[in-house]
Design a protein around this ligand. Sequence first.
Ligand code: GTP
Ligand code: MG
Length: 242
Amino acid sequence: MGLHAEFVISAMSPHQFPEDGLPEIALVGRSNVGKSSLINCLVRMNKLAKTSNTPGRTQSLNFYRIWPEGKPRFGDSRRPQGSDAALLRGSAAEAARAAGAFYFVDMPGYGYAKVSESQRRAWRKLIEQYLLERRELCAVIQIVDLRHPPTQDDITMWEWLRYYGKVRLCVATKADKVSRGQRPVHAREIAAGLGLRDGGEPGPGPFTPEQEPLLLFSAEDGLGRDKLWYWVLGVTRQARGR
Ligand code: GTP
Ligand code: MG
């Protein structure tokens, strides 16, 4: 059985969030930075998360259930209710936890100028409420663009995550757009801008959130994919052990 991923729900308000208790990893970042592409790259499915050239495309919290070791066949008593991708209940949820399943939660991007002030406020409230109150949230991946220094919004977001003690990883994506020689230069600039304690890449483990590494990534050529998987599996394993 191989890796399996499925879209579960696009939630506009907290009562729509899944209730099966699986650990969740949220993806935050500027609009159009490449959050959805990163999810697709990790699961090797081009069309799982919608991507586009139009910023502000992701307007709700999109939950993708990921089965790193494949989706087990549920026996009759464990059959999920409703459609296959629907919310899991009872023994099916337990089986999913045992199988190491978790969610990627694709968040609306921030910093998009053409969004109305009221829309911006609504998103902000939904995002903050989710990040602050969601018990299933075990880690946050903040994505920035390797080509540019962090924006003020990037810095505010990262400081917010640090202030609230969230398990977090900063990923600098679109590395394929920067020449190999320039990548360390850009990485240092981002690390300095965000005040990362360690500008290096995540080590081979064990996982320590306090390292605050910067992971270079490309959804185009898969750079950093294996390292990111290593980190993701580490934090979800820790969450299950809690
Ligand atoms: P919103 O949902 O609007 O917030 O955007 P997003 O952060 O989900 O960005 P998305 O994944 O939709 O990508 C935006 C654009 O950047 C698309 O045209 C992608 O093809 C492109 N893109 C994303 N990641 C990469 C990358 O690693 N390399 C390159 N070259 N292009 C990328
Ligand atoms: Mg998106």
